[in-house]
Design a binder for this molecule. Structure first.
Ligand code: HEM
Length: 431
C-alpha cells in the first residue's frame, strides 16, 4: 500500500495545542467532528497526535494493543510508557481477576450487587442530590461484594480517596510538566498507598477462608490459588481492577438516571417490564428477564459513552489507513464520535432503545465501543451492564425520579469521562 509520512497527514494548521486550544476546550466534540468532516477519518491533531475515526482501523489498532501500542501513558506517572515487564505483570493480574467477571459466573454474584444498590438508592429517599457526587461511592459499594467478603468500609474510603485524587490530578495534569514533583502527584501516590495498606493485610495467607455456599469473592479466589500469586500481582488484581471501574461506571450511572428522566415513555416501558418479572429472575439473569431495560442501557451507553475519548501510544511505527506514523505517536479515537456518526448508525441523534431489539445489530461492524475492545478492553463489561440494568430496575419499580431543570443539563466532555453537568435529582419511594 502507498505510504505517506506523518508530515503529509491532513489536520488543523499549526496544531491544536498551539493554535486552536480555546476552540477545542470550548467544544471538544464539535471541534473533533468538524476536523473529521474536513480532514477525513485519519487526521493529525497535533505534533505526535493522530485521531482516527474509521471503525475497522480503530478495531485493528485496539486488537494489537500490547504488541504495537500501549494504553495512553499516564502523565502523572511521568508520561512514561509502561515497560514490557510492567505490561506483562498487569496482564497477569488481569488474568488472575478475570474468572470473577466472566458472564458464566456473574449471575450467582448479582443478588449481592442488587442488594447493595437497593440499600443506597433507598437511603437517598427524598434527598435532592447531584448524582456525580454520589455515583462513585454507590458504584464502589455495588461492586464490593465481588471483591471481598464483608463490608470493608475502610477499603471503600481508600478507593474513593484514590479515585478522587486521580480525578483532581487528571483535571490539572496537562498543566503540570511530568518532571516536576507536584503536590497533586504526591497526593495521588499517598492515596494509592492507602489502598495498598487496606488490601495488604487481607492478602495474608489463611485470611478470608470461604466455607459457606456463597459465591467466592476475588480476594478468596486469589487466596485459593494453588500457587500463591506474587503480592504485587494480587494487589493489582484487586486494587487496579477496582480503580479501573469507578470513573466510567459512575459517569454512565449518572447518565442512566438522566435518560430515565429525559425519556419518560421509554422509562415507563422499563417500569412495566420490571414489574412483570420476578425479583429472582431480575437478580440472577437481568439480561434475559429484562430485554427492553437491557436495550435502554445499551442506548444510554451509545449516546453517552463515558470513555468518550480513548487512545493508544504507538510503540512501533504504524500504518494508519495508508499513513505511516512513527513510534511514540498518540493514536486517539472517540467512541462518542463513532456512536453519533450517521455512516455507521441510522438516526444516531435519536434516543431509541428499540434499535437494539431488532434481529440485526443496529450499527456497522465495530462502531459500538463503550468498553473499547482487544486485549486491554474493559474487564467488567458484563458487570457494568448488570449494575446499570439493576439500577434502572430498582428505580423504575420502587421510586419516582425527579430531575429539576432537565433542559439545563449539558454534557461535560472532561479529561477522563463524559458526565452530565448541572444535574440534580430526587428519588422518592413509591413502594
Ligand atoms: C458500564 C460501565 C463501564 C464502562 C463504560 C467501562 C469502560 C471501559 C473502557 C472504555 C475501558 C478501556 C480503556 C482503554 O481502552 O484505554 C475500560 C477498561 C477497564 N475497565 Fe471498564 N468500564 C465499565 C465498568 C467496569 C467494571 C464494573 C469493571 C470492574 C472490573 C471495570 C474494569 C476495567 C478495567 C480493569 C479496565 C482496564 C483494562 C486494561 O487496561 O487491561 N470496568 N473500561
Amino acid at each position: 500500500m502507498f505510504k505517506r509520512p506523518d508530515m503529509t497527514l491532513p489536520g488543523p494548521r499549526g496544531g491544536v495545542f498551539a493554535r486552536h486550544l480555546a476552540a477545542y476546550d470550548a467544544d471538544p466534540i464539535g471541534f473533533l467532528t468538524a476536523c473529521r468532516r474536513e480532514y477525513g477519518d485519519v487526521f493529525r491533531f497535533d505534533t505526535g497526535v493522530v485521531v482516527i475515526s474509521d471503525p475497522e482501523l480503530i478495531q485493528r489498532v485496539l486488537a494489537r494493543t500490547n504488541s504495537d501500542s500501549v494504553p495512553n501513558a499516564n502523565p502523572l506517572d511521568g508520561g512514561r510508557f509502561p515497560t514490557p515487564e510492567q505490561t506483562r505483570r498487569w496482564m497477569r493480574a488481569r488474568r488472575l481477576a478475570l474468572p470473577i467477571f466472566r458472564p458464566a459466573t456473574l449471575p450467582s454474584r448479582l443478588p449481592a450487587v442488587r442488594q447493595a444498590l437497593a440499600d443506597d438508592l433507598n437511603a437517598l429517599d427524598g434527598v435532592l442530590f447531584d448524582p456525580s457526587e454520589r455515583a462513585w461511592a454507590i458504584c464502589v459499594r455495588a461492586l464490593l461484594p465481588l471483591y471481598v467478603p464483608g463490608p470493608a468500609p475502610e477499603l471503600v474510603t481508600a478507593l474513593l480517596g484514590s479515585f478522587d485524587a486521580s480525578l483532581r490530578a487528571g483535571e490539572a495534569a496537562v498543566r503540570v510538566p511530568s518532571w516536576m514533583p507536584s503536590r497533586l502527584r504526591r497526593r495521588v501516590r499517598a492515596a494509592d498507598q492507602r489502598v495498598r495498606d487496606e488490601i495488604g493485610p487481607m492478602l495474608a495467607p489463611g485470611r478470608a477462608e470461604h466455607g459457606d455456599d456463597r459465591p467466592g469473592t476475588l480476594l478468596e479466589h486469589i487466596l485459593a490459588q494453588p500457587e500463591p500469586a506474587p503480592r504485587d500481582i494480587a494487589m493489582g488484581a484487586i486494587g487496579f481492577t477496582f480503580l479501573g471501574a469507578i470513573g466510567t461506571m459512575g459517569a454512565v450511572w449518572c447518565w442512566l438516571l438522566y435518560c430515565l428522566a429525559a425519556h419518560p415513555a421509554a422509562a415507563e416501558r422499563v417500569r412495566s417490564e420490571v414489574t412483570a418479572a420476578t425479583a429472582d429472575e431480575i437478580a440472577r439473569h437481568p439480561e434475559q428477564a429484562l430485554p427492553y431495560t437491557h436495550a435502554f442501557v445499551h442506548e444510554v451507553l451509545r449516546v453517552y459513552p463515558p470513555a468518550w475519548l480513548l487512545g493508544r501510544d504507538a510503540i512501533t511505527g504504524l500504518d494508519l489507513g495508508g499513513f505511516e506514523v512513527p513510534a511514540g505517536t498518540a493514536v486517539m479515537f472517540s467512541p462518542y464520535l463513532l456512536h453519533h456518526d450517521p455512516r455507521w448508525w441510522d438516526a444516531p441523534d435519536r434516543f431509541d432503545p428499540e434499535r437494539w431489539l431488532k434481529a440485526k445489530p443496529p450499527h456497522a461492524p465495530n462502531a459500538y465501543l463503550p468498553f473499547a475492545s482487544g486485549p486491554r478492553g474493559c474487564l467488567g463489561t458484563h458487570l457494568g451492564i448488570a449494575v446499570l440494568v439493576l439500577t434502572a430496575a430498582h428505580v423504575a419499580a420502587h421510586q419516582r425520579l425527579e430531575v429539576p431543570g432537565l433542559d439545563q443539563i449539558t454534557p461535560h466532555f472532561g479529561p477522563s469521562t463524559l458526565t452530565p453537568r448541572g444535574m440534580t435529582c430526587r428519588l422518592v419511594g413509591t413502594s
